[in-house]
Design a binder for this molecule. Sequence first.
Ligand SMILES: Cc1cc2nc3c(=O)[nH]c(=O)nc-3n(C[C@H](O)[C@H](O)[C@H](O)COP(=O)(O)OP(=O)(O)OC[C@H]3O[C@@H](n4cnc5c(N)ncnc54)[C@H](O)[C@@H]3O)c2cc1C
Length: 528
Amino acid sequence: MPRKYDAIIVGGGHNGLVCAAYLAKAGKSVLVLERRHVLGGAAVTEELHPGFKFSVFAYVVSLFRPHIIRELNLARHGLEIIPLEASFLPLPDGDSLCRWADPQLTRREIERFSKKDAEVYAEFGQTMMKMAFFAKSIIDHPAPDPTSRKLSELLKMLGLAKRFKSLGSDLTYLHLKMLTMSALDFLDMWFESDVLKAPMSVSGIIGTFLGVRSPGTAYVLLHHYMGEIDGAFRSWGFAKGGMGRVSLAVASAALEFGTEIRTEAPVRQFLIKNNSCKGVVLENGDELEAKAVFSSLDPNRTFMRLVGPMHLDPEFRQQIRRYKLRGSSGKVNLALDRFPEFACRPGAGPHLRGDVAIAPSTQYLEKAYDQAKYGEFSERPYLNIVIPSLVDPSLAPPGKHILSAFVQYAPYHRDGGPQTWPKHREAFGDAVVDTIAEYCPNIKESILYRQVLTPFDIEQMTGLSEGNIFQGELSMEQMLFLRPAPGWARYRSPIRNLWMCGSANHPGGGVMGAPGELAAKTYLGTVR
Ligand SMILES: Cc1cc2nc3c(=O)[nH]c(=O)nc-3n(C[C@H](O)[C@H](O)[C@H](O)COP(=O)(O)OP(=O)(O)OC[C@H]3O[C@@H](n4cnc5c(N)ncnc54)[C@H](O)[C@@H]3O)c2cc1C
């Protein structure tokens, strides 16, 4: 008799692994099936060029839930996070702005552009922190269900309303405004200097097909403000050894609790009988049975491909079809034979031990978006650059460096169709390198290896449909009780025994582990 598992997890990205670890910790027999040879999904480290180890996709840890680190003992399993020290903005005229962990240093930097902004900056940070604390109470629990009449749900809504009210009327109004405003309109309420607003506004557009002036992007700004490392609020960090270490630490915990993990084991379809999921069929034809199946894939892949539209009722099918993926980002990874010098602040100073934004003005960002709206990649894109080998020398040979550039915009639905991306891949890579070269003149001759990832490549490699980095846009109409579909925001699906545990579920994308944890705890009935 073939073995029947308590749970099969489809996809060994970090959320699938977190889900597996919690289920196995509770004594369940668990099998994880991962399509690729490497675990981690979009959170992987790979040696792309001899001696150079890249965080191929995700590159900084921000939202990973500290209680998951504690509950799964991830530090013992090798997870170490190195905080980012600065956020650096080089400018084309040779000037620059650096924001530091030290508020006094930051104030002095901002003062050069606007005395008023320097005064307000700290107050803005405190206000965002207060609002993010409220939002945090939402991301650490399953989404509230405003349509339910169950007493337990009504009490949850009441608790939430009380917490909302405790913000005070000013913050309550601000919070409500934030739901509909654009990132730039929101920042305009506080600041006057474009040099400050441009790099701040980009947090509102990451992973969306929206511009900094598009309504709703102010909320995404808040989502990115929730980064924390083990309780140190608003801090982002590098995972020592690259992002794959996050996934491997979770995998190691899951294995210790007895999870079985198979790589190079792609699932072809779910076994559905009488609207109930009985297991999975692998690409090689093997059938595996389980009492419950958890999909960590996006809804398009889960329902349209592995379940099949014929098993879905028309309304749900329509909701999944309407779910917005619309990938808009790419990535360029470079192996360098020397340190990349930024002309405006030469040297490998502390200003580069964090992230570097190529976002010289809000007009530059809007122009970048304009091209994407018409199906082109931005010739001068917004870039978020990190040089993690500066703080973690284990990633590159001595004296050499890796540079990662997250790029926006690169629309999946490019003019000519997504399948034309491979033809334009190198031109896209050239646009990114040319952009970096405007600030970092020695870059071109120092490149030993370059990997260019278009949204089409991201889809092919990770399985993220349309290359959307968050398994679906983090826009308001796809958040909370609407993610991934109204009525299905609690990790269950309309197919009995088929659960969802990936980033397409509340509270959404990013390497945070929350959907995996909350799915497992909801299944186990131990959710708070
Ligand atoms: C370019 C890029 C940059 C990013 N930068 C950051 C960042 O710096 N910080 C951050 O917090 N977030 C970042 N993100 C977002 C973040 O990486 C994702 O939201 C997160 O990793 C998704 O995790 P997941 O486990 O939900 O899904 P995934 O990582 O998508 O995992 C799903 C897994 O399922 C596997 N799979 C697919 N189909 C099958 C099948 N049929 N059978 C078996 N297995 C299958 C895939 O191979 C994959 O391993 C970035 C993402 C990208 C793409």
